[in-house]
Design a protein around this ligand. Sequence first.
Ligand code: GLA
Length: 385
Amino acid sequence: MSDIRDDVRDTFAELYGAQPDGLWSAPGRVNLIGEHTDYNEGFVLPFAINRRTVLALGLRDDRRLRVGSAFADEVVEIALDELAPDALHGWSAYPLGVAWAFGQFGADLAGAPGVDIYLESTVPVGAGLSSSAAIESAVAVALNDVWQLGFDRQTLAKVGQLAENRAVGAPTGIMDQSASLLGRKDSAVFLDCRSLDSEVVPLGLAEDDLQLLIIDTGVSHDHATGGYADRRASCEKGARILGVESLRDVSVDDLPQARELLDDETFRRVRHVVTENQRVLDTVRTVREQGPTAIGPLLDASHVSMRDDFEISVPELDLAVETAQANGAIGARMTGGGFGGAAIALVSSEGVSRIQVAIDGAFAEHGFGQPTMFVVTASDGATRE
Ligand code: GLA
């Protein structure tokens, strides 16, 4: 049976003419609930999925870095001492940005050897499943090992985030890298994005005979431009006017007063974040006390909030969510940064194919491109293979 690890090892050997010193991998993630709360120092509940980036790495005897991938025809090469955000372009900004970001967190790279890296991924790109964090986290654990840096996983998540913020230029939060690094099989990661404290929350999907269906609309998004940064700016504006450090400090009970102080659009942005934080806390409690079947209404409410208050949904995502709900999903919502990407539906195992057929039909009827649908399971985070 062909395994992506064999492909990666073989292609590394072809590309660089030597066997790698090791293989590492890191998963993409899906966010169960808690959207646009991470950069507001709030709560998120993502899990690592069974789709991964796998990389092979070989140490060099000089200080050059080479990265190749199935994403690109060319191997990109740079000297360790030349790493800087402005020197990095295209897809290689993800892996090389991580190498640069280690230095920003005080890693002493003066004696570090160069490396050759080759990577492939089964995380779909542009689907809102954090293909980028999967690359960053795989590179972060690999370099942390071979450069013997001893960074803990929280710090590795920050290294990956800095690479994404500065080298790639997307002003994203800490959720994706944290999920990819801290994920555990059959569980979600409940993360406090202020303290970075996290807890593993067993989901119990199999016990309730549930599946999590991903509906990738095929509408591509890009968080380095446009809407994502605008939303972030609205949240910062709201916090400033309300006189708090971040929207984490605003509770549902504060909303009537916030309405008096904010313009309508900013108020709705704030209301999404504040109620979404509460929904994450409610979801964690509900899963623990009643099991996953009981969280459906929280997922549905999250979608409404993103559609109407935060305004980050698109017609394809709304249609996927509504069709899933109308065909028996326990709950459904768009997931990730929005403006495209994927929706999730929590579905009983016997209902998966019925919902897929219904969504396919609805998309065709509306003249939308065919969506890609698949089930994901909660998986372990980044690791040495
Ligand atoms: C993207 C970002 C995350 C987070 C989500 C929205 O996935 O990378 O940091 O902000 O959007 O919840």
